[in-house]
Structure formats: C-alpha cells, structure tokens
Design a protein around this ligand. Structure first.
Ligand SMILES: [Zn+2]
Length: 376
C-alpha cells in the first residue's frame, strides 16, 4: 500500500515538473541561422516578434534555465544576441535580437536516448524587396513607386484592332502616376513617359532583357520600393479575356509545407494563394510582400474590371525577378478580345483601373501598419 502511494506521487511530480533549458546553440551559414534550445523535456512554447530592435521572442511555458546557463549569449549570422530571463514564475523568455528583418520558423525534435528535447528556430533573410516596402509603410516614409508602361518604341507589344498595347498602357500608367502624386505620402514616376524603348545609357537600341533591366535600374536609382509594370495581353483564342496580376513569389525558395513566418506581416492579407510550379494552388504564408500587394490590388481591380484570375499568379517575368524591389505586373485584359479592347479604350475605364490600383496600394499600406506588433 505504501509503495503504491509513493509511485503515484512520483508520477504526478514528474508530469508537473518544470522543463529545464540546458543549452543554447547557434549555427550560421551564409543565408540561414539556426538557434537550438536544448530542453530537459517536451515544452510548450510560443514564438512572436517585436520590432525596433528586431526581435524574435520565444516563451517557454513551465520552464526555467539551468543555473550555469548564461543569461546573455553572443550571436552569430542573423542573430546579434540572445537573452534568457524568467518572465514570470512559470514562464522563461528567450529574446533573440536579429540584425535584420527575418523570416522565422520553429520546430521541435523529440528527445532520444542520447539527446534532449530540442526546439529549433530557423531564421532566413527576407526578400530584399519585401523588407523595403514593409519598412516603408511601417515608418510611414514617403513611398516611392515606379510605374512601368510595358514595351514602347520599336516594341509595340500586343495588338488590338484599334489600339496597340504600348499606347494603351502608357495612358493608364500616366493616369496612375498623377493619382499617386496627388497622395501625401507617395511619389510615382514613369520608366518611360513617351513612345520609346528604354535602353541603358540612353542607347538608341537594345534587346528586351536590357530594356527591362534598365527600367528596374531606373526604379532602383530613384529609391522605389514598389515597381508596377502595366501591360495588356493578347491570345490566339479571342474568347480569352480578363485581367491578371502577377508577382514573383519567394515560395520557390522554401519547401511547400514550410511554416515560415515573416517578422512583419499584414494581418488581413496574411495568406495569399499562389500558383506553385506544380500547377496546384497552395496556400502559403505570404511573406513576400509582392504577393500581398498583388492581392490587395486584385481586391480593388475586380470591382471595376473583369478578372481572368482572382489570385495573384506567380511568374518569372524579368521585371518580377528583381530581388531588391517588390514588383507586380498587371495584365489589364486581352486586346485580342473585342469586349476587353472596347473596355480598355474608354478613358473612363482607364481611370477606373488606375484608381483601383492606387486603392489597392493604399489598403496594403494601411493594413501593413495595423499588422505590426506593438512596440513595448
Ligand atoms: Zn505586354
């Protein structure tokens, strides 16, 4: 009888005993940094982020640290330092100060005969363009936007019966620039303001790729955080119609089932459906702000024009390959469809499209600010 009671007491004390943080290990490669917390047993945890300075915070419940473990640890890679403190009697807080805005992911590895329970936090550098546009809307600094009317000069783009793509997109782009410049916190410019083909060093002629790079360079030189390329499509089947928004997704860089989160994210648009190369729509955490902006623009565009696709499409257009500027490409509809062409030629509709794009950007910046974790 006595033995039996003792066993029960032992069992219950074991289940309520605190988890002990025994060690903190940091390893870093060029692009990734890994933080490993060695814990005496399975531990419930929560990860969240704070800004200024950028921090990833890990709360460990029913946990404390082993006495000999230092409270401050020097960082490596993306981590500048790690601090450990008892946040309240039952919670241990690990604060990871990062050198930059990062993507993070937490996972656990169960204990084995020779290793403790491990909580692994992986950090990755965020896409440069995403960082810039996110911080620009958070800091409420003047957002510089490059508007790129596709094609121009020797390159007419798609041809409708009554209008060429290069002329149509310039009209829409000009309207968009004036609308943006009427906003207090935004400033826009055109990558071409007339019917010419932009080339590096003002050369008379160059190939497509050189021209696209020149447009991006122009945007970079002007400090743009967002690049919007405006096009109109054509297709052999005249029945195909509607607008499409493309963005380059960072999704290709991470595993499909990865639970990466962005340090700064937009609550309302926290998920964006992207088309992965496999052809099936997958819901991924939208840490790429190009997708998020694209999503916000679609939400407005669909109110004024017919859409071909209601989600942001991932594409590898050269203009979307910029790693330094968040970029979207809008195919404003099909000039090969008579209905679409008629719609696009009407100046009222060009104005509506420009207004919808501006509204999308404004929603993005407003939501972006709201989504930021409050600084304590
Ligand atoms: Zn085009």
């Amino acid at each position: 009888m006595f033995l039996c009671l003792a066993l029960i007491a032992f069992a219950s004390s074991a289940s309520t005993a605190e988890s002990i943080l025994k060690n903190i290990r940091i390893s870093a490669s060029d692009t990734d940094t890994r933080l490993v917390l060695d814990l005496s047993k399975q531990t419930r945890y929560k990860i969240f982020t704070l800004n200024r300075p950028n921090r990833v915070v890990i709360d460990l419940y029913k946990a404390s640290k082993i006495t000999k473990l230092e409270s401050t640890h020097k960082g490596k890679g993306l981590i500048s330092n790690v601090r450990v403190a008892k946040n309240n009697p039952t919670k241990l807080r690990v604060v990871v100060e990062t050198r930059d805005i990062v993507l993070y992911q937490g996972m656990t590895i169960p204990a084995s005969s020779d290793q403790d329970f491990r909580l692994v936090i992986d950090l990755k550098n965020m896409y440069e363009g995403s960082k810039k546009i996110a911080t620009s809307s958070i800091n409420q600094s003047k957002m510089v936007i490059a508007i790129d009317p596709g094609h121009g000069g020797k390159d007419p783009g798609a041809a409708g019966k009554n209008i060429k793509e290069k002329h149509l997109v310039l009209k829409i782009a000009k309207r968009l620039v004036s609308l943006i410049n009427a906003e207090e916190n935004m400033n826009a410019f055109l990558t071409r303001d007339d019917d010419y083909f932009p080339c590096p060093q003002n050369k008379k002629s160059c190939d497509q790729k050189a021209s696209l790079n020149e447009r991006l360079d122009k945007a970079k030189r002007a400090g743009a955080v967002l690049f919007i390329s405006i096009h109109a499509d054509a297709f052999r089947d005249p029945r195909v119609r509607g607008a499409t928004v493309y963005a380059l997704s960072d999704a290709a860089k991470i595993p499909k089932d990865g639970e990466w989160s962005a340090m700064y994210h937009v609550k309302r648009y926290s998920k964006a459906v992207v088309q992965l190369s496999g052809g099936t729509a997958n819901e991924v955490t939208a840490f790429d702000q190009s997708l998020v902006v694209g999503d916000a623009v679609i939400k407005e565009l669909k109110k004024v024009t017919r859409m071909r696709k209601l989600s942001v499409r991932r594409a590898a257009f050269v203009v979307l390959k910029s790693n330094e500027i968040a970029s979207i490409l809008i195919e404003t509809s099909y000039l090969s469809n008579p209905g679409d062409e008629k719609f696009l030629i009407n100046p009222n509709n060009q104005q509506k499209i420009a207004e919808a794009i501006l509204k999308g950007i404004k929603h993005y910046t407003a939501e972006s600010r709201k989504g930021i974790v409050r600084i304590n």
